[in-house]
Design a binder for this molecule. Sequence first.
Ligand code: ATR
Length: 284
Amino acid sequence: MIDGYTKTLGLIGDPVEHTLSPLIHNTLSQKFGHNLIYVPFHVQKELIENAIKGAYSLNILGLNITYPYKTQVMNYLVDIDDIAKQIGSVNTLVRFKNGYKGYNTDMPGLYRALLSENIKVEGSDIIILGAGGAARSATFMCAFYKANKVYLLNRTLEKAEKIANEVNNFFRRNCIFPLKISDHSKLPNKKFFVIQATSVGLFPDVDNVVIDDETFYEKIHTALDLIYKPKETKFLRLVKQHGGKTLNGLKMLLYQGIIAYELWNEVSVSDEIANSVLDELNKS
Ligand code: ATR
């Protein structure tokens, strides 16, 4: 029931039509009995500043920011959390005096998704595939939570080198090692946890995979594909065929939403509630 006390939250992006975020937040608000509503806002590039200012004037409690505005939005905030600033990506705005403060919940969301699956980061050797925005957050996450060695593989080596330099400098630790994807046979002969963070395999490109070579899959004990549409990518099928444990991107999506919800409402979401929201996501 919407009434005079209903608080508004929302998502700004372009496009926003296929988003699952309203399902996450409206399910959470039902579970908590909070009087709030979460709606998608399709905003054009040249109107993004107006949209943020207008949202503040309209007393909107908080916003998520999605493609393609996670960097651009940083220009219109009163404050930005340190790690979000360093990652260069803000996906959550929290209402403060005079404006919004920006956070990145993708990074801790990824970590909480791994925790919930008992996948260890600290002390682990990890491979990340890709060097775009998603891979960048994943690389910061691995360094922040003290992975041992992280091999950052990308088709364009320069992009992997740039992220590796930034992350190694920021954490004052030489833990990120860039490599060209086609050089994957140079990886040490051991078993890794792999995060697939390229866009290859994303719907409708479902028959593609970033590495075809079967020998690569023998080096994987566990893999997370950040893609959740389709729920099982060709990459995850290949990992499974070689005996590895697999996880798709739905749990990361879930937990980045949960952390945003916790920031907005000053609550803590239990595993039981998280799992019931995940059931809703899996049905969608
Ligand atoms: P996102 O924000 O989702 O990470 P992005 O910033 O566009 O998206 O990054 C896409 C990633 O997928 C990049 O790492 C890209 O590799 P390049 O940096 O070499 O472009 C990777 N990618 C996309 N198509 C690819 C393909 N056909 N083969 C290998 N990598 C690909």
